[in-house]
Write a protein that binds this ligand. Structure first.
Ligand SMILES: [Zn+2]
Length: 343
């Protein structure tokens, strides 16, 4: 991948010029919270029968609105990533493959999707994912100016340049970092991934990149069990199934804080999945809601203390209670003055 400001477009041979069209700037009435109503996946109501809450992103915002913390005017709308944008992080063959319902069914892990016409899958599933991907790029850029940002979506850490899976179609983290590195807006990036699952997508993508440092805190006993990708993690923190609050926070304090004091970076990409919550059918951990709120506060505080810009992504966690938990954690960050929300 070129580190120059201009990218060669693999498809057309033309050059895609800077600045990225996915960068958005906040006006004085907006806080660094990125969201669009079209983040939510809806498939004529069928999605209600899927075990994932595919409307959690909108619910997070609804809670924050109910609590008087944000309004439509104070939120930042992302720009949907186009094929040309996505080619910065993906190869052409992979994107072409997403034109097949069977391939989309495999990536989304929704088997009946293979029976749905492609134009509907694109509108109802892939388009929201492209919008959230644009949100991650915007969040990472915005954090550099504002010190913090939250994309109320994104965090598709199982997608890589040439593959997807685990409900992850597009490699939003890789794309955002590639763009910022390419524009020389950052030189060192730290990914801290605390989703319950291993972030094997970006780990493969940045296998050869010394500019990207990876701390992955995950349960090694659940999907994706990608042992080859583990060699690309700089600091792997294993949390076994059934881990509870005190053990988890001890690991965060002992293993993670060390790196904030020893590693300087220009941006922290914080993949803050909430599937560590007790009862999650996929994560296998047993954390309380309060532990996850404390975890997010710990990371934001560490970022502030080291003057590191932080971009948070909400990633996995699709139980019906996850939206309220994410919203409560964002409210806590606001109340602790680690972020600043307004209506
Ligand atoms: Zn996960």
């Amino acid at each position: 991948m070129s580190r120059n400001v201009e990218y060669s477009d693999a498809e057309s041979g033309s050059l895609v010029h800077s600045p990225s069209r996915l960068f958005v700037t906040a006006n004085e009435r907006q806080c660094s919270l990125i969201f669009a109503p079209n983040y939510d996946v809806s498939l004529f109501g069928i999605e209600r029968f899927h075990p994932f809450d595919s409307r959690k992103w909108g619910k997070v915002i609804n809670f924050l609105k109910e609590w008087g913390l944000v309004s439509d005017n104070s939120l930042i709308s992302p720009i949907e990533a186009t094929r040309d944008d996505l080619l910065i992080a993906h190869d052409k063959q992979y994107l072409d493959g997403l034109r097949s319902p069977c391939r989309v069914a495999a990536v989304s892990e929704v088997c009946f999707a293979s029976c749905i016409p492609m134009f509907i899958l694109d509108r109802c599933f892939l388009k929201p994912m492209r919008l959230q991907t644009g949100g991650t790029v915007a969040a990472c850029r915005m954090a550099l100016d504002n010190g913090w940002s939250i994309n109320v979506g994104g965090g598709f850490h199982h997608a890589s340049r040439s593959s997807g899976g685990g409900f992850c179609a597009y490699a939003d983290i890789s794309l955002a970092i590639r763009i910022l590195l390419g524009h020389q807006l950052v030189h060192k990036v730290l990914i801290l991934d605390v989703d319950a699952h291993q972030g094997n997508g970006y780990e493969q993508d940045f296998a050869e990149d010394s500019e990207v440092y990876i701390i992955d805190v995950f349960n090694p006993n659940v999907y994706p069990r990608d042992r080859p990708a583990r060699q690309f993690i700089n600091r792997a923190v294993y949390v076994d199934s059934h881990t509870t609050d005190s053990t988890y926070m001890r690991l965060m304090r002992e293993e993670v804080r060390l790196f904030f004091t020893s590693f300087h970076c220009d941006l922290l990409v914080y993949n803050a999945g909430t599937d560590c919550l007790a009862g999650d059918p996929l994560g296998g951990l047993r954390l309380s809601p309060q532990c996850i709120i404390d975890r997010d506060e710990f990371v934001f505080r560490a970022a502030r203390d080291s003057a590191t810009p932080i971009a948070m992504l909400t990633s996995g966690g699709y139980q019906s209670s996850n939206a309220a938990l994410i919203a409560a954690s964002i409210r806590n960050l606001h109340e602790k003055r680690l972020i600043h929300l307004f209506k």
